[in-house]
Design a protein around this ligand. Structure first.
Ligand code: BGC
Ligand code: IFM
Length: 816
């Protein structure tokens, strides 16, 4: 069952009924000001940091869910009937409803009793504000006397404090209403350096800023007293819960459409010394007024909206494909790329599942996200890499996270996830492959943000490898530390006393847990760094890293191979995990993917055998599960993984992030059919047809789909902010379609499903544009036989590099 459809032409997902199984959300903003908006206008806004600069309030896990948002009410002033054109919060029956989620904008339209209202939400480029453009049409054949009410509930900036510290916050709220503009100016502690404003293009019949006055005591957003009675109270909030609501009266002739614009924005006051006497800091109203006036004008709104669309044309224009599969096309050309950009902007901070107060930027996560957006925004990817690397410690180790506002490593979760440093190598190598810019390797970058400790980025990468090499366990495999990619595999935990908090053995010599996953990742990273070393003309280093990769490969083959698949780890007592010796958790997906990606076992049949085991033991119709059999109960020596009920999350859920590793591995083994089959199983657009089961948005990947051990097998959770986006983008574009940036140039090496006859693509690469056509006879499998580049025959699969600005025609022939 579907709840909407893709409008590929307009790059929109069109939701045609409001009661989706879960709120289906979208993101507003691409620079500094962001918002979440659901298909019923739920969500909130923030400036840069979803925790510390939250403009509007949202109650997570509310009942009913997704209440709190950008709400507009329409009232028929003759009958008194009022309703929400986004359905929420009044949930009045609508004659018509449609939500179009587009690229950084959402348009929600509905009609009731002959009145149609359509609201467009977006954040203009270069501004720290959002626009709501409401178009209201009288489709009756008589005049309509209407009232329009806007509403937002302000958050008192620090979302964590706002949700907990009521003894204080019920007394701090402050607003000011000047010339129809509502200013929310609550101080956060001693700093009055920022404020929010909410403005309307029309003369006001009234306004409200005190929540309980607007709503009425004991009432909800579904039945505000002001809307019900058809008149605002002109309330001014002192403490309690400041809101912003405008009341506008409209008389519409039959057939008439009116446009009303609301602008909600963030502004900062000029910095003053925080010890200035009270009252000396004033709102910077004079400076924001022209901005407000500009954005309340319809022509500015139209121009701003067009500019946003043009910027997405540019971002997405660098890679476009036309394949025999529409699900592939729309994901690659629009939605998967868009999701990658959202992970660039938001990391893991704010979604329907991430509260915006929990996490900063992940060291591991951000490096992987980079794989999916580097081709769209290479300069910003460069900056991101340097920010991440500056949080690395001199030991080569990493903070697990850093704060976007301060760009400093934070200790909230601590360090010691021993896979973290190696992701930096993979991120940097992806950047150099895409851009050819090897100057980044020489860029001086501090350790732990200490300016006195700068070293070239290349040195950071060396230390990343050294970090693993200096932390090997009894099987010469890397120590896992707190965990590796799998946050929940905590193998250094034990408790001697039941009920006592567990202890960790992290640094206990001779007894520490090891990770085969990190071993595979090390081999991968060491080979990448060897190639970068060659680029740096350091053949000695290159040889050293290749030797290190080989040595680690030896350890994997000797201690990491279980007979039919790669083992997962050794616990701190030296027992294997992910082995046929175990009663549960016998086989894990991660080492099968990572070891094959790293080239382990390609020549001796281990890789192919491991992948067969994945097919036999882990693959389901809804994707590949993380491990089998699921852990039935909690085991302290395995940690958090066994705390999840079977079939969810890391305990045998379909952890979508890992599936593309297997797709890539299958492509490497020349199995185009299997690689693509796995791709389709979790492709959100393919799953649109089973939306009542999948439940999450059909236009973006979710982190997890429940595995067969769960009663809800096939149900997705945690959509949007996940490394799944980047890795699927890499799997489909670079390995199945085979358009792959390498250090020496662009390779064209597709591994296609047998029944395809080819595909076409446009790829911008290092300033040139490649118009690609791949031809293959249906029913054949095989790799590219030769290329024809601008009419010239070229052996192999490397596309000769062209000068910036050139447009090159590349034809690849697969003879089968
Ligand atoms: C995982 C969660 C886990 C958490 C703990 C997350 O990345 O997805 O399952 O509870 O990390 O660190
Ligand atoms: O690898 C992690 C990721 O960093 C955050 N989400 C869960 C993954 C698996 O545990």
């Amino acid at each position: 069952m579907r709840y909407g459809h893709f409008d590929d032409e307009r790059r929109e997902y069109v939701i045609d009924r409001p009661d989706t199984p879960l709120p289906w959300i979208n993101y507003l903003g691409t620079e500094q000001y962001f918002g979440i908006v659901s298909n019923t206008a739920g969500g909130y806004s923030f400036y840069r940091d979803a925790r510390l600069r939250r403009l509007t309030r949202y109650r997570y896990n509310n009942v009913p869910f997704d209440v709190g948002g950008r709400y507009v009410y329409v009232r028929d002033d003759v009958t008194g009937d009022f309703w929400s054109p986004a359905w929420q919060p009044t949930r009045s029956p609508l004659d018509d409803y449609e939500c179009r989620h587009g690229l950084s904008y959402t348009r929600i339209a509905a009609a009731r009793n002959g009145i149609r209202a359509e609201t467009l939400f977006f954040v203009p480029l270069g501004e720290t504000l959002e626009v709501w453009r409401v178009r209201i049409t009288n489709e009756r054949d008589t005049t309509a006397e209407l009232s329009l009410f806007s509403s937002v509930e302000f958050c008192l900036w620090d979302a964590q404090d706002d949700a907990t510290n009521f003894q204080r916050n019920f007394s701090t709220g402050q607003v000011e209403v000047v010339d129809g503009v509502i200013y929310h100016k609550t101080e956060y502690r001693e700093r009055r350096d920022h404020f929010a404003y909410f403005a309307c293009s029309e003369p006001l019949a009234g306004f409200d800023t005190q929540r309980e006055t607007f709503l009425g005591a004991y009432r909800g957003w579904d039945r505000p007293a002001a809307v019900e009675r058809g008149a605002a109270f002109d309330s001014v909030a002192h403490g309690w819960a400041p809101i912003g609501s405008h009341h506008v009266r409209l008389g519409l002739a039959p057939g008439e459409t009116r446009e009303v614009v609301f602008v909600l924005g963030y502004a900062e006051n000029p910095r003053t010394d925080k010890f200035d006497p009270p009252g000396s800091q004033t709102l910077n109203k004079r400076n924001v007024r022209p901005v407000i006036e500009r954005w309340l004008r319809p022509e500015t709104v139209a121009g701003g909206f067009a500019a946003l669309g043009a910027s997405w044309d540019r971002l997405l224009g660098g890679l476009r494909v036309t394949t025999p599969d529409p699900h592939t096309d729309r994901m690659v050309n629009v939605w998967n790329a868009y999701q990658c950009m959202v992970t660039f902007n938001l990391s893991r901070s704010a979604s329907f599942y991430e509260s915006g107060i929990g996490r900063g930027m992940g060291f591991r996560d951000s490096n992987q996200d980079l794989l999916g957006f580097v081709h769209m925004i290479p300069e910003r990817a460069r900056e991101r890499i340097l920010d991440i690397a500056a949080t690395q410690m001199a030991t080569g180790g990493a903070y697990h996270q850093y704060q976007p506002l301060t760009k400093r490593g934070n200790d909230d979760i601590g360090a010691g996830f021993n896979d973290d440093p190696l992701w930096l190598v993979l991120g940097v190598s992806a950047y150099v492959k895409e851009t050819g810019d090897r100057t980044i390797l020489d860029e001086p970058v501090p350790f732990d943000n200490d300016p006195g400790s700068e070293a070239p980025l290349y040195e950071h990468l060396r230390r990343s490898l050294r970090y693993s090499q200096e932390r090997l366990g009894p099987h010469r495999l890397p120590l896992i530390g707190r965990a590796d990619w799998n946050d929940c595999l905590n193998l250094n935990c034990f408790s001697d006393t039941p009920g006592e908090p567990f202890q960790t053995t992290e640094n206990v010599s001779g007894g520490a847990a090891e990770s085969v996953f990190i071993a595979g990742q090390f081999v991968f990273a060491a080979k990448e760094l060897a190639a970068l070393a060659e680029l740096q003309r350091m053949p000695g280093d290159a040889a050293e890293y290749r030797a290190a990769a080989e040595k680690m490969t030896g350890a994997i083959v000797e201690h990491g191979w279980d007979g039919a698949w790669f083992r997962r780890a050794y616990d701190f007592r030296g027992h294997p995990i992910g082995s046929s010796e175990n009663d549960e958790g016998q086989i894990f997906i991660e080492p099968q993917g990572m070891c094959v990606l790293a080239g382990v076992g390609h020549g001796d049949g281990l890789a192919a055998r491991a992948l067969r085991s994945v097919t036999e033991r882990l693959a389901t119709a809804h994707g590949i599960v993380l491990q089998q059999p699921a852990y039935a109960g909690y085991r302290i020596e395995l940690g958090e993984i066994s705390s999840y009920p079977p079939g969810y999350k890391e305990n045998a859920g379909i952890f979508c992030h890992t599936n593309p590793w297997i797709m890539i591995a299958e492509a490497m083994m020349n199995n185009g059919d299997r690689a693509f089959d796995y791709y389709r199983r979790i492709n959100p657009s393919m799953r649109e047809a089973i939306s009542e089961l999948h439940r999450c948005e059909p236009y973006v990947y979710a982190q997890m789909i429940a595995g067969p051990d769960a009663p809800t097998h096939g149900e997705a959770k945690n959509s949007w902010l996940t490394g799944t986006a980047a890795w699927n983008f890499v799997a489909i574009t670079q390995w199945i379609l085979g358009i792959r940036p390498e250090l020496t140039g662009l390779r064209l090496d597709p591994v296609l499903p047998a029944d395809w006859t080819g595909f076409q693509a446009t790829r911008a690469f290092r300033g040139a544009t490649y118009e690609i056509t791949v031809r293959k006879v249906a029913g054949t499998v095989g790799r590219v036989s030769y290329l024809v580049v601008d009419g010239e025959h070229v052996d192999g699969t490397m596309v000769p590099s062209a000068a910036p600005g050139a447009v090159v025609r590349v034809e690849a022939v697969i003879e089968g």
